[in-house]
Design a protein around this ligand. Sequence first.
Ligand code: NAD
Ligand code: UFG
Length: 340
Amino acid sequence: MKQTILITGGAGYIGSHTCLEFLAAGHDIVVFDNLCNSSLESLRRVKELSGREFPFVAADIRDRAALDALFKTYAIDAVIHFAGLKAVGESVEKPLLYYDNNIAGSITLFEAMQAAGVKTVVFSSSATVYGDPASVPIREDFPVGATTNPYGRGKLIVEQILGDLAISDPEWRIALLRYFNPVGAHKSGRIGEDPRGIPNNLMPYIAQVAVGRREYLNVWGNDYPTPDGTGVRDYIHVVDLAQGHVKAVEKLAAGPGVRIWNLGTGCGYSVVEMAQAFEKASGHPVPYQFAPRRAGDIAQCWADPALAERELGWKARRGLDEMCEDTWRWQSLNPQGFEE
Ligand code: NAD
Ligand code: UFG
């Protein structure tokens, strides 16, 4: 059934790829974003790639009047809520900003939804809610709560707020999607991750080393209890992740309640394996040097994605080589990101 989906944060990295997947699945979309970490150019390219037009509202999720006006103008069936700040280190320096933007902003959005009678939401949560897991792979029923920074705590608090909302009003249909490490880019090389300043995350940093923007990669720690001593993560192609959102919205149509799904591949790769895979995919060297551990990092983290496969009929299909090739295509075609 065709639906009209509001995508908050739809101009960002995961949001822009998700816009394309909803359009490809035949749905209509409305994008809401204050562009604090993205540009209009990503949405222009989504329109170009999809051959579809859609409305864009430039506003902040903390702006209740802007949200009310949107819900009056468009008959929204479901909301995908990506809008938020995501830099872990910055969240330690500016906790109030993160709590205001990510928690107060989410509350304002849910209030506006409730007032408009729109009670279906998919929330971008994160594997960070599991903290340092006692074992891997991580299942959805593992304990949550041992988060190490304001960003992660914000994710957990919004999950809990949504849980309380579902208890107060059993009409709500809520999906909490716990992403592992999104990487990669659309096949076209037209949209991808465009971090501002020095990238915090591994894959965009590696890509900037390969393209010659940075000299070498710092590998944060080589004394972890992992096969090669460097941190292991579950990297998932952003297009697989985006498709998981379409499946989640379709599943929520089946009934109310809160559902939690890990979106990961079930495979873990080390930092050194990532650098080597990127060298192979790009044909460019990725020199690295070992440096001390980064505060707050854990040794290893990967998903058990079986629940999403069973309940959503969704499975990540794109492997590590494709993640690196697609990142490289985006990076080499757009060495300065969306700034042409
Ligand atoms: P992104 O920064 O590219 O996208 C977020 C978008 O939200 C941006 O376009 C930004 O301009 C917008 N935004 C931020 N605050 C806003 C506000 N107050 N009002 C309106 N718009 C606002 O980040 P992304 O990687 O696409 O992440 C999307 C979501 O997924 C975030 O909630 C993030 O926390 C979550 N997530 C990301 C990762 C990751 O590694 N990328 C992992 C787990 C969870
Ligand atoms: N790493 C380096 N050098 C770098 C960057 C990263 O060695 O320059 C290492 C890290 O130490 C870690 C791995 O590469 O072992 C991945 O680091 P990222 O920063 O790319 O990702 P994280 O797993 O630390 O965090 C990501 C998101 C968080 C999210 C978390 C769990 O950034 O928002 O996954 O889903 F909470």
